[in-house]
Design a protein around this ligand. Structure first.
Ligand code: GLY
Length: 377
């Protein structure tokens, strides 16, 4: 079956740039047609999650993908790194940069990121600074990466202070999202990725949220058509939002719904797997809705509906579920201060008027936040 293709077009002030997202089944085992245009006669550095290995026969898609690249490109060198946020740091980045340079790359060389969000973010960042910027292709292998992090050009690593504080905007030249590979990953990762899918409905499209509520059983059983539908719809909404705001000076910030809380929660977990990104965002979204209702922006029944859906999916919905993390109001507030959306020392949050209608709330009153968090913790 032919892949679905969503084009991401960016109207930035320097040029108009666009790239395709290929979505479908069996793309990695039959990727010659797609890859030809992007890798032909180039030196390729394939940065992949260590989870994938050429020695493991179960990694059929990875093996087949590497074989095809080998056939098409001038040379291919593999760099394997551990997945998970623990890898998203400056020393891992330095290893990638030095190793890539040792392969004598030039400006026509290409980086391919094969893995989840962490691999895509760090490999994309490396591509953005190697030789002042070389092309890269994203091959996202988790639901979260397929619907969010591989699209839109945010790349980077974490600082000790908080998540994603060091990075750049560097768009990929293509994204290849193979739905088949999702089954090979732990269910927990799949569910965590689903949070980012639901996020699009909550920000922008109540009908999409309705359809997720109606079809969640099929989605959880990896129904291929439904997966294609929700990944395509998510990428479509994301590309609409970033089209006129590539660098997040306005509406792109809406994509951060639940993330101010979420990033703070994750950093309490020290990225050791106690809580993964999507789970932290699940709580973050529920908090954002409860805060929206507390501030009378959003009717309580809408908030209750959102929380009910996350609970149905067995996702966490409140800070009180995180008894092992040392979360306090004071520490939360300290973490919020590092959020990239803040302006002039004032906190910014993404809140909702209803399901499908998020907005940017600047100059958040800290006293309201303190009272809110004291009730939630
Ligand atoms: N993940 C949010 C964004 O790409 O803007």
């Amino acid at each position: 079956m032919k892949p679905t293709i969503i084009n991401v077009s960016l109207n930035n002030k320097f040029n108009n740039f666009s790239y395709p997202i290929f979505i479908g089944n069996g793309l990695l085992c039959n990727c010659e047609e797609i890859l030809k245009k992007f890798v032909l006669k180039r030196k390729v550095i394939l940065i992949h999650d260590n989870f994938f290995s050429l020695k493991n026969k179960d990694n059929e898609q990875f093996i087949s993908f590497v074989k095809t690249i080998n056939k098409l490109c001038e040379s291919v060198n593999l760099i394997g790194i551990p997945g998970g946020d623990k890898s998203k740091n400056i020393s891992q980045l330095e290893c990638i940069l030095e190793e890539s340079l040792s392969f004598k790359i030039d400006r026509s060389s290409l980086i391919i990121a094969f893995g989840g969000g962490v691999i895509g973010d760090i490999a994309g960042f490396a591509a953005s600074i190697l030789l002042r910027g070389i092309d890269f292709v994203q091959v996202p292998t988790t639901l979260l990466a397929q619907v969010d992090s591989s699209v839109g050009g945010k790349t980077g690593i974490n600082s000790n202070k908080s998540k994603n504080l060091i990075g750049s905007f560097h768009q990929p030249i293509a994204v290849i999202a193979d739905i088949d590979i999702l089954k090979s990953l732990p269910k927990r990762e799949f569910l965590a990725g689903l949070v980012e899918v639901i996020k699009y409905g909550l920000i922008y499209d109540v009908e999409f949220f309705d359809s997720l509520e109606n079809n969640y059983r099929d989605i959880l059983s990896y129904d291929q058509l439904k997966l294609n539908e929700i990944i395509s719809k998510s990428c479509e909404i994301k590309s609409l939002i970033i089209k006129n705001d590539e660098k997040e000076s306005g509406k792109r910030a809406l994509l951060n719904l639940g993330h101010t809380f979420g990033h703070a929660i994750e950093s309490f977990g020290k990225y050791d797997g106690t809580i993964v990104h999507g789970e932290a965002v699940s709580i973050g979204i529920c908090l954002a809705f409860r805060l929206s209702s507390k501030m009378s922006y959003c009717p309580q029944f809408e908030t209750d509906r959102v929380v009910r859906f996350f609970k149905k999916l067995n996702l966490p919905t409140s800070l009180q579920e995180l008894i092992n993390l040392p979360i306090t109001t004071t520490e939360m507030l300290k973490k919020f201060k590092y959020d990239k959306k803040n302006k002039n020392n004032q906190l910014t949050f993404i809140l909702n008027k209803k399901i499908g209608k998020s907005f940017i709330k600047n100059n958040m009153d800290e006293n309201i936040l303190i009272e809110f968090l004291n009730d939630e913790i």
